[in-house]
Design a protein around this ligand. Structure first.
Ligand code: ADP
Ligand code: NA
Length: 333
């Protein structure tokens, strides 16, 4: 039996948020080590499914890479690269466009949310993006996919694509079944001003999200203005069930502190927001400040980031190319 392979990615479609950190990057770091072979990707081909200014895209690609490294992804322990540098992703993605069914894509809730009433005007790439995501994962025969809750449906689609490919081409078990790994208290960090939406890079207003590079004053101000109900924190976890904004802030605290929600409630139950919000802001600054300082330092040398990504893409290709060639062979190409 071989070491299980982990694949996950982040889009360079804007600045990284606390949602990306707690729901994804921090967990990517936790999986790095001897139990898994870890492959992490800046998924720039996914970013262009909506308009990206070319210069900003280049910048964001380096910034996501810097965010990975500053958070603890070690390019000598993990394979770290950007998707466009490994053309095998797009090649396998095309094959999967011919395996996936239009009816499957029509059921993707993220597409419905993103396209909204504008579904006729969005790019074809936005519609097909879950099929490219399946290629990202299966190109490495990865079985473990750490993601936030919003990506669960896309990982399930990946399994459907793998199954149909294996069955159609009588290539039993060629593409393995992968599992979404969705764990910990912060698998869905919510928007600070509108608790019905998830915190996202591409949200409307900057006050809605904590950016990984926000300074201490900005973090304190954003948490202070975060929408909550007026009640103090409950004495037990049950008391959070009908209080989404309160639960979100407790989730964030727990994830940042590596505590359970129970332990946070044991510490802060009965306290008001005037006490909890400043404690949360202090904790976020304590955890994020060293990362954003390191990100800035790395961003001072963009050529070095490009060099690291290129090295990572060479290692990625070594795994990807034989799997793609075998896929072509199976398909008769
Ligand atoms: P975004 O939605 O911010 O543009 P991506 O689509 O690039 O982020 O997602 C990268 C990873 O970060 C995915 O695993 C996704 O599930 C996770 N993620 C994004 N936003 C959140 C959030 N608010 N809470 C938890 N995880 C999140
Ligand atoms: Na997302």
């Amino acid at each position: 039996t071989h070491t299980p392979r982990v694949f996950s990615g982040i889009k360079p479609s804007g600045g990284l948020t606390l949602g990306n950190y707690l729901g994804a990057i921090k967990r990517f770091v936790d999986m790095q080590g001897q139990d898994y072979e870890t492959i992490y990707c800046v998924v720039d081909l996914h970013a262009i499914t909506v308009w990206q200014d070319p210069a900003e895209l280049k910048h964001a690609t380096r910034e996501v890479a810097a965010g990975f490294i500053a958070s603890g992804i070690d390019p000598s322990k993990s394979i770290l690269f950007n998707q466009a540098s490994v053309p095998q992703h797009a090649e396998l993605g095309w094959i999967f466009n011919c395996v996936a069914r239009v009816g499957w894509m029509n059921r993707m809730t993220q597409f419905k949310d993103k396209a909204g009433k504008n579904a006729e005007k969005v790019s074809l790439g936005l519609y097909a993006y879950p099929s490219l995501m399946a290629a990202d994962i299966l190109l490495y025969h990865a079985t473990h996919v750490p993601v936030g809750e919003d990506q669960k449906q896309h990982v399930e689609l990946t399994r459907d694509i793998a199954s149909k490919f294996n069955k159609d081409f009588k290539a039993e078990d060629f593409f393995p079944m992968c599992e979404p790994i969705i764990e910990g208290p912060a698998t869905r960090v919510m928007n600070l001003r509108d608790g019905s939406k998830k915190m996202s890079k591409s949200g409307e207003s900057d006050m809605e999200r904590i950016n990984m590079t926000d300074d201490a004053d900005t973090i304190a101000k954003k948490f202070k203005k975060a929408k909550t109900d007026p009640e103090p924190l409950p004495e037990s976890l049950d008391g959070l069930s009908e209080r989404p904004e309160a639960r979100n802030l407790v989730n964030i605290y727990a994830a940042l502190a590596d505590m359970t929600n129970e332990a946070v409630i044991a510490e802060f139950g009965g306290e008001g927001w005037g006490k909890f919000k400043p404690a949360l802001a202090d904790l976020a600054v304590e955890k994020l400040a060293p990362i954003s300082t390191e990100m800035k330092r790395l961003m001072d040398d963009p050529a070095e980031i490009d060099r690291l990504l290129l090295k990572g893409s060479d290692r990625a290709k070594e795994i990807a190319e034989p799997i793609l060639q075998k896929t072509y062979d199976i398909v008769g190409l």
